[in-house]
Design a protein around this ligand. Structure first.
Ligand code: NAD
Length: 445
């Protein structure tokens, strides 16, 4: 099938590459000329395990192409995916300017029947707006060409994006047209090996499904964070509690790890957008508003602990203190720092007068865009600890799970570890001579 994907970011590039991998002819489009020029030379703009090899292979075999020429890509394709960003607007609602601008461009370029697919995360009712934008452009051209608009939200996780796309738990297709549903089923048939869950539903339900999924996951994380905070006060161990509740098959273990608050390019903005959508139709989504508030507080948990343990009086209570940070990306196996908790935590440490030295396996270049030289960076995960007052763990990269504790103890001024991800066992850390401060476990300050 001939497919174009407009927007070659995390979602568009992965989707386009995977569609090519399954034998389709794919053109990925972007307005960012540098990105497209780089992709043509085999330079992958993001870190995503397995992506580079797959892009190179499909380019070499001629199934995957990159262009800034949207007109050409649309003319050549039957199915046109819109996979551009939908960042939060000033009022928290999803900003649809990029989606609708692509819809208008498609309306200006198309010369035959097209299936236009909303892959971006967009609020209920967006398919109607996309349809209106395309019709508007066709009207200006004084022409009538048939097209269909489909909602096909994406559920991939950064860090496991290729696997998620190639073996999805489910694919959601929102359409009211039987013929279009069949074409979409054919396009996705190659990915239906793990589960045969291709769910065809009405467009509005498909649009809502994506927000409901992310809001549910953000709520689950937040619930566990609040249980962890209470465990800490009550002297209980949240990791034991997680085992205790996760073993209930109605609850399960996933997404119940306490930490420093959810971040990333999706949960914060999608929760905000759903609250806004609810507000717009006079529904007070009290639960999600509480989730947002609780998550903001959670991002301060680690810096509050540091302040309590190492702070002094005055308006710069951490002046003269030096911290080694492990982990900057919002989660492991990605270089994405959009809305990462590390941004809030590090900014707060800097405001309190501390100096910060950071390591991340993939996100240090991204971090430089946010912090510049306000912090320093180390490609070696131990070097930055020399002379530091404590180690602070923000992201649970695998390379932090079994470090050389003797070396850490030797390098730090004080053997103190603030662990925002509960990577180690408190009793073993005590035995090893560390003052260990995890989230929601016994012995915290
Ligand atoms: P991104 O910022 O990584 O990529 C968006 C790309 O679109 C950029 O390369 C940008 O240059 C390009 N673009 C913008 N306007 C354009 C235009 N008019 N024509 C062509 N290209 C244009 O964003 P992303 O993370 O891939 O997210 C895209 C959408 O998918 C969002 O709605 C997001 O919520 C959703 N989503 C993201 C994830 C994720 O994990 N990142 C997962 C599921 C869904």
């Amino acid at each position: 099938m001939k497919v174009c994907v407009v927007g070659s970011g995390y979602v568009g590039l992965v989707a386009g590459t995977c569609f090519a991998e399954s034998g389709n002819d794919v053109i990925c489009v972007d307005v960012d000329k540098d990105k497209i020029d780089g992709l043509k030379r085999g330079v992958i703009p993001i870190y995503e395990p397995g992506l580079k090899e797959m892009v190179l292979r499909n380019c070499e075999e001629g199934r995957l192409n990159f262009t800034t020429d949207l007109d050409l890509a649309v003319k050549e394709s039957l199915v046109c995916f819109i996979a551009v960003g939908t960042p939060p607007g000033a009022d928290g609602s999803a900003d649809l300017q990029y989606v609708l601008s692509v819809a208008r461009s498609i309306g200006r370029a198309m010369e035959s029947f097209k299936i236009i697919v909303d892959k971006s995360t967009v609020p209920v009712g967006t398919a109607d707006k996309v349809r209106a934008a395309v019709n508007d452009e066709l009207g200006k051209r004084g022409t009538h060409i048939e097209f269909d608009v489909v909602s096909n939200p994406e559920f991939l996780k950064e860090g496991a994006a290729i696997d998620d796309f190639m073996k999805p738990d489910r694919v959601v297709i929102g359409t009211d047209n039987v013929r279009t549903a069949e074409i979409m089923k054919e396009l996705y048939s190659a990915f239906m090996r793990k589960s045969n869950r291709l769910l065809v539903m009405d467009i509005r339900s498909a649009e809502m499904t994506k927000y409901a999924a992310n809001a549910m996951l953000a709520t689950r994380i937040t619930f566990m964070n609040q249980i962890a905070n209470l465990c800490e006060v009550m002297g209980a161990d949240v990791m034991a509690v997680r085992e205790g509740i996760g073993s209930d098959s109605r609850i399960g273990y996933d997404f119940l790890f306490p930490g420093v608050g959810y971040g990333g390019s999706c949960f914060p903005k999608d929760v905000k957008a759903l609250v806004k959508t609810a507000d717009e139709c006079s529904y007070d989504f009290v639960l999600l508003k509480a989730v947002e508030t609780a998550n903001e507080r959670q991002k301060a948990i680690l810096s509050d602990k540091i302040l309590r343990r190492l702070g002094s009086a005055g308006d710069k209570p951490l002046a003269g203190k030096r911290f080694a940070i492990w982990g900057l990306s919002f989660k492991p196996r990605t270089d994405d720092m959009r809305d990462a908790p590390s941004l809030t935590i590090i900014n707060r440490l800097l405001e309190m007068g501390a100096s910060v030295h950071a390591h991340d396996p993939e996100a240090m270049n991204e971090a430089k865009k946010h912090f510049g030289d306000r912090i320093s960076y180390s490609v070696n995960k131990y070097d930055l600890m020399r002379g530091a007052d404590a180690l602070v763990i923000i992201t649970e990269w695998n390379e932090y799970r079994n470090p050389d504790f003797d070396r850490i103890k030797e390098l730090l001024i004080n053997p103190i570890i603030f662990d925002g991800r509960n990577l180690y066992h408190p009793a073993r850390m005590k035995e090893a001579g560390f003052e260990y401060l995890p989230i929601g476990r016994n012995g915290n300050v």
